[in-house]
Design a protein around this ligand. Structure first.
Ligand code: GDP
Ligand code: MG
Length: 723
C-alpha cells in the first residue's frame, strides 16, 4: 500500500463537514451549530481502493480572515500542514454564500476538490445545480454528494485521489480587486517576491492582499521577518487606504470583499443553478418560521418552549434524583457504621460523599436538561432563538453575534462561560465584544444549575419549572442591563450592523441526541470526579483544621461524661437528645474554629446585610474556584456544623429546616450566586482574551453588583416580613 494521502475538510459552518467526516471515518463525533465548539481539528482515516487517506475536520468558517479563532485555526492548518488535497464542503442549497470561502481557497492555490453537499436539500427546494458548469467556471473538480447517506462519496474520493496524484500543482487563482488595489498589489508583489517574504508558505499575491486587508497575523509575521521592508509595504497600504477613503469612503478590506462577491456573482450568472418550480412557494422551514419567529408570537412560543423544557427536566428526573439521594445517604450510613471515628471517616463522609455526592446527585437533572437542549439545537430552533434575540440585543448596545456566546454560556441552561468568552471572538467591534465578554458570565452555566436547583428545591419546591424559567429570565435581563450600563459608560461607542441566515429545520437523529447528551453529561461527571473532588477535600481540610484546642475538647468530654452517667443512672429520651445536641455543639464549635470557619465568620460582618451566615460564606468563597463547589461545600459545612445530626437527611431538607435560612435568604443567596465573580477559570480566560485589568474589573464589578442585589432583596423581603 502507498503512503496515506493527507486531506482536510473545510467549508462554512453547517455545510456538512462533520457528517462527511463521520461517514468517511466512522468516528463518533459532535454534530452541532455553535461557534467555539469545533475549534480544535479532528483527525481520522479511511481506506479507498487500497489507498489510505488521513482526514482532518477543520472548524467551519465563512472566510479566511484573522478575525475569529475558527478562521485562524482553519487557515493555519491549511498553510502549515499543507494537506495534499483540500475538500471544500459546499452547501448546494446555499451555493452563492458558500462560494465566498471557496474563492479564498482558490487564491491560496491549495489543491482543491469541491464536495457539492446537500443536493437533496437543494432538489427539495426546486434547485438544480450543474456541477460540470460550476467546475469549468471555477477550474476545480466538483462532485455532488449527500453526506448524510453517503451518495456520491465514492466518486468524491476517486477525484480526491486523482487530484493528489496530479503532476501539476494548481496555480493560485488571481482575482481582480479594482484598479487602485490591483496597482498597489502590482507594486508590492515584486518586493515580496524579491525577499521571499513568507512565500515559502503563501502565494506572493496573497501576502499582498492580506497586508491590504490589514490582517493582524500576516502583518505581525512580516514585521518580524523584514522590519524595513514591512515599513515600505505598510506605507503603500496606507496610501491606498487614504486614497480609497478620500474617493469612496471605504476601507480596502471592503473593496476586496466586494470584488470577491462580484467574482462569485459572475460565476453564478452562467446558469449554474436552475429553479425548477418558481413563484413565491414557501419552503417548509420558511413556513414554520413565519410563525415561530413572528414578531409577537415568536417570543411567546419561545417562552413556552423554555417552560416546557424545564417542566420536562424536573418531572422526568424527580425519581432518579431521589434514588441517588438515598443512595448517597445509605453510603454515608454504611461508612458511618463500619469505620471508626477519626479524620479518615470524617473526610470520607463530609469531604468525599457529601461533596462529590452533592454534585453527582444532580446528574439526572443535568442529563435531561442537556437532552432537551440537544433537541432544540439539532432541530435548528436554537438558531431561531438567536435570531429573535438579535432584535433585542441591538437596543442594549450588543450585537447579533453576541447571542451565541450568551447561549453557549448557559443562556437557556447549562453552558459554560469559558467557551462563551472565547466565542466572543466572532465579534469584530472591540467595544461590543468587550461588553459581551463581560456579561456572558451572568448566564446560568452548568455549574450554577445544581445550586439553583438545590435552593429552588429547598424553598420553592412547588413551582420548580416556573422558578427555573424565572431565573433564566432574570439572568438575561440583568446581563442585558449590565451591558447597556457598560455601553453607556466605560464602553461607549457606535453599534455595528448584523445579518444572520437561518439554517433549515431538521429532524434530530436519535444517535446525535444521545451523543450530545452523553458528551456533556459525562463532562459534568468527570469534573465532579476530578477537580471537584480535589477542591472538596481541600475545603474539607480547611473546615476541619485546626481542630478545637485541647482544653475545649476536654470541657466537652467532661460534659459528655456527666450526661452519660446521668443517662446510665436514670435513662430517658431527653438525656439521649441532650447528648446529641452536645455533639452538634462541639462540631459547630470546631467548624467555627477551623480556618474556613474563621474566614466565613470574618466575612459575616458584611454578608449579614444580605442575611447570609458564615457557613454559606465558606461555600461562596469556595465557589470562586468552581461554582459546583458551592453545593458540595454547603453539604460539608451543614453536615460538619449541623445542629440536627441525623446523617441521612439530604442537604435540601437540612437547609429547609435550618433556622438561619428562609425563602428570603434563599432568594438573596440565589441572586448573589447568579451574579457574583465568575469562576477562576473564566477569570483567567477573560484575562487572556483581554487583559488582567478587565479580568479584575469583571470580578469586582460582578461581586459588588451581586452583593447590592442580594442586600436589596433581603432587606426588602425582611421589611415586608416575608422571611
Ligand atoms: P458542519 O458544521 O459542516 O460540521 O456540519 P454538520 O456535519 O454538523 O451538518 C450540519 C447538519 O446538516 C446536520 O444536521 C447534518 O445531519 C445535516 N446534513 C449534512 N449533510 C447533509 C446532506 O447531504 N443532506 C441533508 N439533508 N442533510 C445533511
Ligand atoms: Mg462540524
Amino acid at each position: 500500500m502507498e503512503t496515506a494521502i493527507n486531506i482536510a475538510l473545510a467549508g462554512n459552518p453547517n455545510a456538512g463537514k462533520t457528517t462527511l467526516f463521520n461517514y468517511l471515518t466512522g468516528a463518533r463525533q459532535h454534530v452541532g451549530n455553535y461557534p467555539g465548539i469545533t475549534v480544535e481539528h479532528k483527525q481520522g482515516c479511511c481506506l479507498h481502493k487500497q489507498q489510505g487517506l488521513s482526514i482532518v475536520d477543520l472548524p467551519g468558517t465563512y472566510s479566511l480572515s484573522a478575525y475569529s479563532s475558527e478562521e485562524l485555526v482553519a487557515r493555519n492548518y491549511i498553510i502549515d500542514s499543507r494537506p495534499e488535497v483540500l475538500i471544500d464542503v459546499v452547501d448546494a442549497s446555499n451555493l452563492e454564500r458558500n462560494l465566498y470561502l471557496t474563492s479564498q481557497f482558490l487564491e491560496l492555490g491549495t489543491p482543491l476538490v469541491i464536495a457539492l453537499n446537500m443536493i437533496d436539500v437543494a432538489e427539495n427546494r426546486g434547485m438544480e445545480i450543474n456541477a460540470e458548469k460550476l467546475s469549468t467556471a471555477l477550474g476545480v473538480p466538483v462532485v455532488p454528494i449527500i453526506a448524510r447517506s453517503g451518495k456520491g462519496v465514492d466518486q468524491l474520493l476517486d477525484t480526491v485521489i486523482a487530484t493528489a496524484r496530479a503532476e501539476q500543482p494548481p496555480q493560485p487563482t488571481i482575482l481582480r480587486y479594482g484598479s487602485d488595489i490591483d496597482q498597489a498589489l502590482n507594486e508590492m508583489i515584486p518586493l515580496i517576491r524579491d525577499r521571499d517574504l513568507l512565500t515559502g508558505s503563501y502565494p506572493d499575491r496573497w501576502v499582498g492582499v492580506k497586508l491590504l486587508e490589514n490582517d493582524e497575523q500576516v502583518l505581525a509575521q512580516v514585521r518580524e521577518r523584514e522590519p524595513e521592508l514591512s515599513l515600505r509595504l505598510e506605507q503603500r497600504c496606507q496610501e491606498v487606504t487614504d486614497h480609497l477613503q478620500q474617493t469612496t469612503g471605504v476601507y480596502p478590506e471592503a473593496v476586496i470583499a466586494d470584488h470577491r462577491y462580484g467574482y462569485i456573482k459572475s460565476i453564478m450568472r452562467r446558469n449554474i443553478v436552475t429553479k425548477k418550480f418558481v413563484g413565491d412557494r414557501l419552503y417548509t422551514s420558511d413556513r414554520i418560521d413565519k410563525v415561530v419567529t413572528h414578531r409577537l408570537l415568536g417570543p411567546v412560543i419561545m417562552a413556552g418552549v423554555l417552560l416546557g423544557l424545564y417542566a420536562f427536566t424536573f418531572s422526568s428526573s424527580t425519581f432518579l434524583v431521589s434514588l441517588l439521594e438515598s443512595f448517597f445517604g445509605m453510603l454515608s450510613t454504611t461508612v458511618d457504621t463500619f469505620l471508626d471515628d477519626g479524620p479518615l471517616k470524617s473526610m470520607l463522609i463530609s469531604g468525599v460523599i457529601d461533596g462529590v455526592g452533592g454534585v453527582l446527585g444532580f446528574v439526572p437533572i443535568i442529563m435531561f436538561m442537556f437532552f432537551g437542549i440537544a433537541v432544540l439545537e439539532d432541530s435548528g430552533y436554537l438558531a431561531r432563538v438567536a435570531f429573535m434575540m438579535d432584535r433585542i440585543f441591538h437596543s442594549f448596545g450588543l450585537h447579533g453575534s453576541s447571542v451565541m456566546p450568551f447561549i453557549v454560556s448557559g443562556g437557556i441552561a447549562g453552558g459554560c462561560a469559558v467557551p462563551g468568552v472565547m466565542a466572543t471572538r466572532t465579534l469584530r467591534s472591540p467595544k461590543e465584544r468587550m461588553a459581551t465578554l463581560l456579561t456572558v458570565p451572568f448566564m446560568n452555566c452548568g455549574a450554577k444549575l445544581p445550586v439553583l436547583t438545590l435552593l429552588i428545591g429547598a424553598f420553592f419546591a412547588d413551582h420548580q419549572a416556573r422558578y427555573m424559567f424565572l431565573a433564566t429570565l432574570v439572568a438575561w435581563v440583568v446581563a442585558l442591563c449590565a451591558a447597556k450600563f457598560l455601553r453607556m459608560t466605560v464602553l461607549r461607542g457606535e453599534s455595528t450592523p448584523f445579518v444572520m441566515e437561518l439554517p433549515p429545520y431538521r429532524i434530530p437523529t436519535i444517535n446525535g441526541l444521545m451523543i450530545h447528551t452523553w458528551e456533556r453529561t459525562w463532562q459534568y461527571i468527570k469534573k465532579a470526579g476530578t477537580v471537584i473532588l480535589g477542591i472538596s477535600i481541600l475545603l474539607w481540610a480547611m473546615m476541619t483544621y485546626p481542630g478545637l484546642p485541647q482544653e475545649e475538647v476536654a470541657a466537652f468530654q467532661e460534659q459528655r461524661q456527666a450526661i452519660s452517667q446521668d443517662l446510665q443512672r436514670n435513662g430517658g429520651n431527653d438525656r439521649q437528645t441532650a447528648l446529641e445536641a452536645l455533639s452538634a455543639r462541639e462540631n459547630s464549635a470546631a467548624l467555627r474554629h477551623s480556618l474556613a470557619g474563621r474566614i466565613g465568620i470574618a466575612l459575616e460582618g458584611i454578608s449579614q446585610l444580605a442575611g447570609i451566615e458564615w457557613r454559606t460564606n465558606i461555600a461562596l468563597v469556595g465557589g470562586f474556584a468552581a461554582k459546583e463547589v458551592i453545593v458540595s461545600t454547603l453539604g460539608t459545612a451543614y453536615s460538619l456544623g449541623d445542629v440536627d445530626p441525623d446523617a441521612s437527611d439530604s442537604l435540601t431538607q437540612r437547609l429547609a429546616n435550618d433556622p438561619a435560612w428562609n425563602p428570603v435568604v434563599a432568594l438573596a443567596v440565589l441572586l448573589f450566586i447568579m451574579f457574583y465573580a465568575p469562576c477562576f477559570v473564566t477569570v483567567v480566560c477573560i484575562a487572556r482574551e483581554t487583559s488582567w485589568k478587565w479580568a479584575l474589573f469583571s470580578m469586582s464589578f460582578n461581586t459588588l453588583f451581586a452583593f447590592m442585589m442580594a442586600v436589596g432583596v433581603y432587606q426588602l423581603g425582611m421589611l415586608l416580613k416575608l422571611g
